[in-house]
Write a protein that binds this ligand. Structure first.
Ligand code: XCC
Ligand code: SF4
Length: 641
């Protein structure tokens, strides 16, 4: 009982596995994200409000939002300009991260198609055909590799498009009414202001560079113009870079299918060589998971007295291999240090994004090999094994071998693996949802129209040390289920939901009567794991397919989004492309915009009319669920259902 209460009362996490590990951290004095956060208090309120600027060397400048200090930067920039510029830069970085990931997949598909890479293959020819058909690429009577080369070319051209028309993936995937609405908005703003304001992205790279340019000293100072470009750049991520990553990864690595997996630190095995893959790009992690099963590596593991090589995942690359290969999920963002603290991780191998640099120091307290692999994510103190997709098998094997070599150095006396795992049914791609529904969206639409399911909430994003780990994710999700709102999502939210047992079939009992009956009938959980963060594009696609089916705009549908523990700039991009796609998005913690009243008004109010999607913030998960339900009900009544 005391144990349970202690777990409940730990302000750092609601996950019992995390709380167990944090006790060890407290006892042993291991530095961790919570402890370092405490040391940062109080954090700078200018930064929190978004009103500091260090874009030029006359600065840094800061503007007191309470009117007690200077009201302008040295150059004359207002608080709104500064806030909007900072926000735009966040959107550019977030979009670039997702999109650069997509670029690598597109280049790999080209290399596979022209035969210069033989370590990867077309694993899902049906998906290749589906993507080609969507893009208008002829398929009849053509060789598979010719079609793949054409798909790769269209994708690669989206990055470098220099023409004014929107990038091709967006043109072909965005539902008709949304595309028309954005076009009409551009026209109307031009007419009323005489100035061009673009929302439809042209080239993926161009939109990010555009932000870097317009936020240079002395360029764009207009809050609306800066926000519009932030949305445009983010749309180039959602309907461009991320979408390309998802679609082309499916072609190369296979489209995920529904499967049952295990989640939480208990997936680590005391008797096995444990390799944790962490980061975002499955081009590497899928190979590591594959090579762990090779006869050679199995024997090598046995030779050092291990049962096997056990590959498990963290964060989004974990989601990728979880969905495709059924690899166990060790945890989300805030679990990354805790995994190493178990003393049972022989190697943690990382690619890009969301990797605490603190992991290198922490790993050095153990026998754990902390292996970086990307030229874009080098970390002092790590062992760098450069990944190269043209020698993927060999390098993945070298990584596994490094873990096997480390295993005998494990200090068994220091190993502690919390026993917690939950079962999760995952892999709900649009393809799998369609299959479960019998090949058409009509049954889902009928359920929404009849009110059996009131609407759909897409939840995304991270862990953030400012929020008790997973608390917002769990409470918000269960509150929505109760209200007969189907919950879909990705990223570290999905891991939180999996660990909490919300993706287990037994979670059906948490749903309201309508949703519960549907889930029982289909044999699915009420919370659907759609993938990694780039797979937010799967949510856009689902929303788009429903909209096109009903010949309405996405903004007419009873859909709502949330990023309740968001951390990264990528989450800003995701939120912004949801809003740009017509979906209202809840955020917590507060985004750094409140120091700019005009920017705040554009994003939380004006965007409703302009885009049909907008941001709102709410600190309390139950109140957030109330607000999300209200939006869903308003949209239902506007549709007359
Ligand atoms: Fe990173 Fe994708 Fe956020 Fe998790 S959810 S902390 S972005 S791993 Ni994308
Ligand atoms: Fe200050 Fe303007 Fe320079 Fe920003 S751009 S640091 S507000 S002078």
């Amino acid at each position: 009982m005391d144990e349970v209460k202690a777990i409940k009362d730990d302000h750092r996490s609601v996950d019992p596995a995390a709380v167990e590990m944090l006790r060890i951290a407290d006892r042993e004095g291991y530095s961790n994200v919570w402890e370092r956060y405490e040391k940062q208090q109080p954090q700078c309120s200018y930064g929190q409000l978004g009103t500091c600027c260090r874009i030029c060397s006359m600065g840094p400048c800061r503007i007191d939002p309470f009117g007690e200090g200077p009201t302008h930067g040295v150059c004359g920039a207002t608080a709104d300009t500064i806030v909007a510029r900072n926000l735009a830069r966040m959107a550019a970085v977030g979009s670039s991260s997702h999109s650069d990931h997509g670029r690598k997949v597109a280049l790999l598909l080209r290399a596979v198609a022209n035969g210069t890479n033989t370590d990867y293959h077309i694993t899902d020819p049906d998906k290749l055909m589906a993507v080609a058909a969507r893009l208008g690429i002829p398929t009849a009577g053509r060789q598979q590799m010719e079609i793949a080369a054409d798909v790769a070319k269209v994708a690669i051209d989206c990055f470098g498009n220099q023409e004014e028309e929107p990038l091709v993936f967006l043109q072909k995937y965005m539902p008709v009414k949304r595309f028309e609405r954005l076009k009409e908005l551009e026209r109307a703003l031009y007419e009323s202001t005489g100035a061009k304001t673009g929302f439809l992205p042209r080239g993926i790279d161009r939109e990010a560079v555009d932000i870097l340019h317009r936020t240079h000293f002395g360029c764009d100072h207009d809050p609306l113009s800066l926000v519009a470009q932030s949305i445009r750049c983010s749309l180039s991520d959602g309907w461009g870079g991320s979408l390309i990553a998802t679609e082309l990864q499916d072609i190369l690595l296979g489209t995920p299918t529904i499967k049952s997996v295990k989640a939480n630190l208990g997936v680590l095995e005391e008797e096995s060589v444990n390799v944790v893959v962490h980061g975002h790009e499955p081009i590497l992690s899928a190979k590591v998971a594959e090579m762990a099963l090779s006869a050679e590596n199995r024997q090598a593991a046995e030779a050092v007295g291990a049962k096997r090589v056990n590959v498990v995942g963290l964060c989004c690359t974990g989601n990728e291999v979880l969905l495709r290969q059924g690899v166990g999920m060790a945890g989300n963002e805030s679990h990354s240090e805790l995994a190493i603290m178990t003393g049972a991780v022989d190697a943690m191998v990382v690619d890009v994004q969301c990797i605490f640099p603190a992991l290198a120091d922490l790993a050095s307290c153990f026998h754990t090999k902390f292996i970086t692999t990307s030229e874009q994510a080098k970390i002092p103190g790590a062992l760098h094994i450069q990944f190269d997709e043209h020698h993927a098998d060999v390098i993945a094997s070298r990584i596994i071998k490094t873990a096997i070599d480390a295993f005998p150095n494990r200090n068994k006396g220091r190993v502690y693996i919390p026993k917690h795992t939950a079962t999760a049914v995952v892999g709900f791609t649009v393809e799998e949802i369609l299959k479960a529904l019998g090949g058409t969206l009509q049954p889902l639409i009928d359920l929404i129209v009849s009110g059996t399911i009131k609407g759909v909430a897409g939840i995304v994003g991270c862990n953030n040390v400012k929020v008790q780990q997973d608390h917002f994710h769990r409470v918000l999700t269960t509150e929505l289920l109760k209200r007969d709102i189907l919950v879909i999502g990705t990223g570290c939210w999905a891991v939180a939901a999996a660990k909490a047992g919300l993706m287990d079939l037994s979670a059906q009992k948490l749903a309201g009567p309508g949703l519960k009956a549907v889930c029982k009938q289909l044999g699915i959980p009420p919370v659907l794991h759609m993938g990694s963060c780039v797979d937010c594009s799967r949510m856009l696609n689902l929303a788009g397919a429903i909209a096109d089916h009903l010949k309405v705009d996405i903004s007419d549908l009873p859909l709502v989004g949330s990023a309740p523990e968001w951390t990264t700039e990528k989450a800003v991009a995701i939120g912004a492309y949801f809003v740009g796609s017509g979906i209202p998005v809840h955020l917590w913690p507060l985004p750094p915009i409140l120091g700019g009243p005009a920017v705040t008004k554009i994003l939380t109010q004006d965007a409703k009319d302009l885009l049909g999607g907008w941001f709102f913030v709410e600190e309390d998960p139950v109140a957030a669920a109330d607000q999300m339900e209200r939006i869903v009900m308003q949209r239902r009544s506007a549709l007359g259902i």
